[in-house]
Design a protein around this ligand. Sequence first.
Ligand SMILES: C[S@@+](CC[C@H](N)C(=O)[O-])C[C@H]1O[C@@H](n2cnc3c(N)ncnc32)[C@H](O)[C@@H]1O
Length: 272
Amino acid sequence: MNYRHAYHAGNFADCFKHALLVALLDSLARKPAPYFVLDTHAGAGRYDLEAEAAQRTAEAETGVRRLLQRPAAALERYIGLVEQLGLYHGSPALIRAVLREGDRLACCELHHEDATTLRRHFHRDPQVDVHDRSGWEALAGLLPPREKRGLVFIDPPFEARDEFFRLMDGIRRGYGRFGHGLFAAWYPIKQMAAVRSFRASLTSSGIRDIVAVELHLRDTTGPDRLNGCGLVVINPPYRFRDQAHSIANAVLNGLGDHEPGAGVDVLRLVDE
Ligand SMILES: C[S@@+](CC[C@H](N)C(=O)[O-])C[C@H]1O[C@@H](n2cnc3c(N)ncnc32)[C@H](O)[C@@H]1O
């Protein structure tokens, strides 16, 4: 476990996934019944962009800091939260900020130090449980939730060679226990062969109603670089594709400096 999110907080991938995450949570809040969120790979929760780790990679400079300079209408809600919350908020803190009274969050983080930070952050918060256990196991252990509605957010570090395989397996197991839940899973785009193969396994999985939102920074000619990223969404809310298109385009345009091959795709992988 070498991956530490503190080096990447606020980068373009965070902006993309977090802006879409907020839109998905807002869709759950359209109904008054409480909802549950499982954040399988939570990270430390809050990141100081002035700290040594963030400064060393400076990824936030070409990510959230650019979006803050060029506010776009489609990102109003996300940017509003970033400004309101101060330190860069990772997924669990962002989710907590939008929970209503009665909604619940369970987050898993396997890195002991980040799990400790997270636990301290949510100390005595009756709406949040922090588990230092594997998020892959939690897809079986914590689902289905008693609320019977909610979001499963899966954001693995993609350190291991077989991470696409693990992600597909995790999605299958989670969906098997909570088939009417909303699922959102992040994936990197380095080379297209791996992405196409992941999309093909989703298409042939038997799971219904799947959309993939992809942001491409450039052509995938350098397969070792993060050339873009995607979020696969199962059981997306009404009109999500249009909203996702606007959000992903606003992120891409806000980042500026487009390279050849830059663009956004919103793909319907499987119909309802
Ligand atoms: C990409 S980061 C998560 C970022 C976070 N979701 C956010 O948006 O702010 C992935 C995290 O997963 C953690 N991790 C790695 N393997 C894990 C596992 N099996 N279960 C839970 N967490 C894991 C890593 O320590 C890392 O903090």
